[in-house]
Design a protein around this ligand. Structure first.
Ligand SMILES: [Zn+2]
Length: 72
């Protein structure tokens, strides 16, 4: 399953940090952040609950960049 989320982040460097943090989150198969579009596309593992996984993605992203936001 793939979903797209709107994000807030100040620069491409932080967007890249968010992408790395999202990719390492359990339940995430792949994540791609598009800084120009301020979008995060997430592919979930089979059977993962996107809502629960995204809460963790947001937490992990905030660890590497406190100023970021994901519209969940
Ligand atoms: Zn930044």
């Amino acid at each position: 399953m793939k979903k797209s989320y709107k994000i807030e982040v100040d620069c491409a460097n932080c967007a890249n940090k968010m992408e790395q943090a999202a990719k390492k989150t359990e339940g995430v198969k792949d994540a791609v952040v598009n800084f120009m579009a301020l979008k995060m596309n997430v592919e979930f593992e089979e059977g993962a609950d996107p809502k629960a996984v995204m809460q963790q993605v947001l937490k992990n992203c905030k660890k590497v960049e406190d100023d970021c936001e994901i519209d969940l």
